[in-house]
Design a protein around this ligand. Structure first.
Ligand code: SAM
Length: 195
């Protein structure tokens, strides 16, 4: 994962824990010497499970089947993959635009099967949400997404998010709790830097 916990990453991981439950997320490969005190309080409060071990040391790879979610994989994730894999691995990598294919670094390390979630980059929490929906029986093509939504704060202020998001029942992109406020704060910072 990225060095350190940015505010953005903390909001995403908190949302993932709320979405799938603390016993279903393991944050691996934290820097050696990490202690509980280094884990941001909101994640500790939600019971984050973490380790400094690499995935293939943490998981018994001789007994478990791993699947790396990779935007460059050749096969799209199917509902039937629920039977084929025990662990799904996501890069704790912030999205960059255009994507720099940093997930491939994980692919080289892990040498496991890979699956794609369509051809556009998602935020990590969206990738986890989409994977859960597919494994629970909703095929990818039945999930409603929005690509590169514009987040508007006022008549004059808007930011385009260069990712694909799942839509909620009100046809709004699902963002982690608190993310709208953070995006607004960041956009104001950028404007302040400019003027
Ligand atoms: N910019 C990164 C790259 O170039 O690889 C992608 C970062 S993405 C924000 C974080 C993680 O979400 C990826 O490492 C991958 O595990 C998962 N992910 C995002 N979009 C995906 C897609 N379309 N298919 C499969 N996995 C995806």
């Amino acid at each position: 994962m990225e060095q350190g916990f940015t505010e953005w990453v903390v909001l995403e991981y908190c949302q993932i824990i709320r979405d799938i439950g603390k016993n279903n997320l393991i944050l691996t490969s934290l820097p050696k010497g990490t202690t509980d005190q280094d884990i941001p309080q909101p994640l500790r409060d939600l019971g984050l499970v973490w380790t400094t071990k690499e995935v293939n040391d943490y998981v018994d790879v001789s007994r478990s089947k791993l699947c790396l979610l990779d935007p460059r994989a050749e096969i799209d994730l199917q509902t039937s993959d629920k039977e084929s894999f025990d662990y799904f691995i996501f890069g704790g990598i912030l999205g960059d635009h255009p994507p720099r294919d940093r997930t491939s670094e994980l692919k080289k390390k892990l040498e496991c099967d890979t699956r794609r979630l369509g051809n556009l980059q998602m935020t990590t929490d969206t990738a986890v949400r989409t994977t859960k929906m597919i494994l629970e029986g909703t095929p990818f093509e039945n999930i409603e997404f929005i690509d590169y939504p514009e987040i508007r704060f006022s008549k004059h202020e808007a930011t385009e998010m260069p990712f694909r998001y799942v839509l909620d029942e009100n046809k709004e992109p699902i963002l982690p709790a608190g993310m709208l406020g953070l995006i607004k704060k960041d956009s104001e910072k950028t404007l302040d830097d400019f003027f």
